[in-house]
Design a protein around this ligand. Sequence first.
Ligand SMILES: Nc1ncnc2c1ncn2[C@@H]1O[C@H](COP(=O)(O)OP(=O)(O)OP(=O)(O)O)[C@@H](O)[C@H]1O
Ligand SMILES: [Mg+2]
Length: 226
Amino acid sequence: MSIMKQNTIIKLENVHVNLKSNVETIKALKGINLNILANRSISIMGHSGAGKSTLAMTIAGLESVTEGKVFYKGKAIHDLKEDELADYRSKNVGIIFQSFNLLPSMTALENVNLPLEISRDFIDDKKSIKLLETVGLKNRVSHYPHELSGGEQQRVAIARSLISSPEILIADEPTGNLDKKNSKEVIELIFQLQKNHKSTLILVTHDKSLADLCDETITLDNGLII
Ligand SMILES: Nc1ncnc2c1ncn2[C@@H]1O[C@H](COP(=O)(O)OP(=O)(O)OP(=O)(O)O)[C@@H](O)[C@H]1O
Ligand SMILES: [Mg+2]
């Protein structure tokens, strides 16, 4: 029997993550306890190197846990095998990175369809094109990333993050590479889509004014929540 509250979507218990570089092992997370409620927005703040991206990628199932436990709706994901983890990611998590991470050889539409391609799900171009319309790119469907502005590329990445209708949307400094005007538009879009899709938003940001838009904020320092 789970003793977790029904609306908890992600729970971390004493999570440690060690990252090995070629010179040393860095303790990026040193015992994180965290409860994230469904359909809410939470921001992760903290100085550079504090462990924000590591925490976000751990929740996304892209970083493996050295010690501790991670639960998604009460189901343990910290000890899943690689293929099960890939399945968890593709079904439940959408990720938006600071650097867009689009594939240069694919059009906007193909980039949006990529998660479905990876999970071998049915691809419905009508749905993907509609999503591109939603993010204001109706007339950029067949453009390649190098033919798009930074703001437009980030919109493609946002559309891509939502193509599988994920319950969890993780945005790691999504406006870090955008100017003020594009930042504002992209952030408004992310919050609007989060509400429409009833997803849980995890927003990594340095910007206090963006963090304040979230229901809750946690601050990391040196691998711990302060
Ligand atoms: N692949 C890696 N190998 C080894 N150490 C890493 C690796 N990636 C990050 N680190 C280290 O782990 C710590 C946490 O990094 P992380 O990227 O989570 O920080 P962050 O809070 O997201 O910082 P920023 O605001 O600069 O993006 C840092 O000390 C960093 O140097
Ligand atoms: Mg980071």
